[in-house]
Design a protein around this ligand. Structure first.
Ligand code: FAD
Length: 383
């Protein structure tokens, strides 16, 4: 045991996985979760392990994504061994159909060649053969056969079991009201129920709610909730074969025949619930892209709040001026894809070790580009 102690605020995938990796380093970890563990964005997400249109991001982001995705095969095997839960990680591939001369064709090819991502170019007939329910008129398609997906609720369940096995002190239904600081930096947290907890190392992994804790310390990061709604369809297994993305809508086929349709991008604060307009727009997207799915049964719908950042990239690192305070938040549309590298990097930082990747582009104190089209203001294309 290192004798070190860390308190983590937030029981989404970022907080939970970091807690596990800290325990593996011998750190004593207390994890405080406001509600039920893993029931917010990390539960609601689609489980696509690849950014939507990654060629739009800075190269540093691609490198972070690659480092994270490279860790998934081993992580999912470890989770299965520790928890007995198969998180559903599989390389279903990603297919983007093109119905006209769309702007993503060339940048997608250039980016894939530059970073060595396996990519196949399909003509219209090949695209139809690959996805028989695609709408008529598809002229060509791009397919990344190695892109993977997983089942979010299973990922969270497996991680929870692993935390229990590792001895993380998990306290759900324990909302943190305030972070306490003294002359030496972080000294504890005050809980909503009036209780308190002393700590000298604290990780804020509170997703969309992170700024509520950081703002009173003058450390707000402009993290905002971006609501995403999803519809689940039930059909025969194999009817949709790849993750298929076009315009504002994507479809994610599960092995059991369910097809997840996502996701809206809404800036409505923390107003929850599924709305007629959102569900209509998602189903309209299905009808335009894959009209052959018109007979699918609508099984259910849900929503979640992505922790949006102004430039689409997460904040990972120490908060300057408040010794002992660290943040891992603002993962926006890519928190599940980025969870393995986030957890490993944060566990290293919290133990005063060097992270396995350069975190400078993701530093909380970086000069954030508020006009970035990847950030929450001008975002298009859900995930
Ligand atoms: C519809 C949708 C689709 C998505 N699709 C994908 C995808 O395909 N691939 C992908 O990689 N990402 C996707 N994402 C994004 C991804 O889900 C998020 O980036 C990721 O889950 C963020 O994880 P997190 O742990 O930071 O946040 P969360 O999962 O939101 O967890 C934060 C936790 O902190 C807790 N908390 C907040 N305040 C406090 C407090 N004061 N005290 C204690 N606890 C507190 C909350 O209750 C919550 O449980 C999607 C998101 C949505 C909503």
């Amino acid at each position: 045991m290192s004798g070190r102690e860390v308190t983590v605020i937030g029981g989404g995938i970022v907080g939970c996985l970091t807690a596990c990796l800290l325990r593996l380093r011998g750190v004593r970890v207390t994890l405080l979760e406001a509600g039920e563990l893993g029931r917010e964005a990390s539960w609601a997400g689609a489980g696509i392990l690849c950014p939507i249109h990654p060629w739009r991001y800075p190269d540093a982001f691609t490198r972070l994504v690659e480092a994270s995705l490279a860790r998934y095969p081993e992580l999912q095997a470890r989770l299965a061994a520790e928890s007995g839960i198969d998180v559903g990680w599989r390389r279903s591939g990603l297919l983007i159909p093109f119905f006209g001369d769309e702007p993503h064709w060339r940048p997608a090819i250039d980016w894939s060649e530059r970073f060595g991502w396996r990519l196949e170019r399909l003509d219209g007939a090949q695209a139809q053969a690959a996805e028989p329910v695609l709408a008529d008129g598809v002229r060509r398609a791009l397919r990344w056969p190695e892109v993977a997906q997983l089942r979010n609720p299973r990922l969270l369940k497996a991680t929870r079991r692993w935390m229990a096995k590792l001895g993380v002190d998990v306290r759900d239904h324990t909302p943190v009201a305030r972070i306490r600081v003294d002359g030496g930096g972080v000294c504890g947290v005050e809980l909503e129920d009036g209780g308190s907890l002393a700590c000298r190392r604290l990780l804020v992994a509170a997703g969309s709610w992170s700024d509520r804790l950081l703002a009173p310390l003058g450390a707000a990061l402009s993290i905002r909730p971006v609501k995403g709604q999803i519809v689940l369809l039930a059909t025969r297994p194999g009817r949709v074969r790849h993750i298929v993305k076009h315009d504002e809508v994507y479809l994610v086929p599960r092995d059991d025949g369910r097809v997840l349709v996502g996701a809206t991008m809404e800036e409505v604060g923390f107003r929850g619930g599924n709305t007629v307009a959102a569900i209509h727009s998602l189903l309209d997207g299905v009808m335009r892209m894959m009209p052959g799915l018109a007979d699918c049964v609508i099984e259910r719908q849900w929503m979640g709040f992505r922790p949006g950042s102004p430039d689409g990239m997460p904040f990972l690192g120490a908060i300057k001026g408040v010794p002992g305070l660290f943040v891992a938040s603002g993962h926006y549309r890519n928190g599940v894809a980025l969870a393995p590298i986030t957890a490993e990097a944060m566990a290293a930082l919290l133990c005063d070790e060097s992270p396995p990747v350069d975190l400078a582009p993701f530093a909380p104190q970086r000069a954030v580009d508020f006009s970035s089209p990847l950030g929450y203001r001008l975002s298009t294309g859900g995930k």
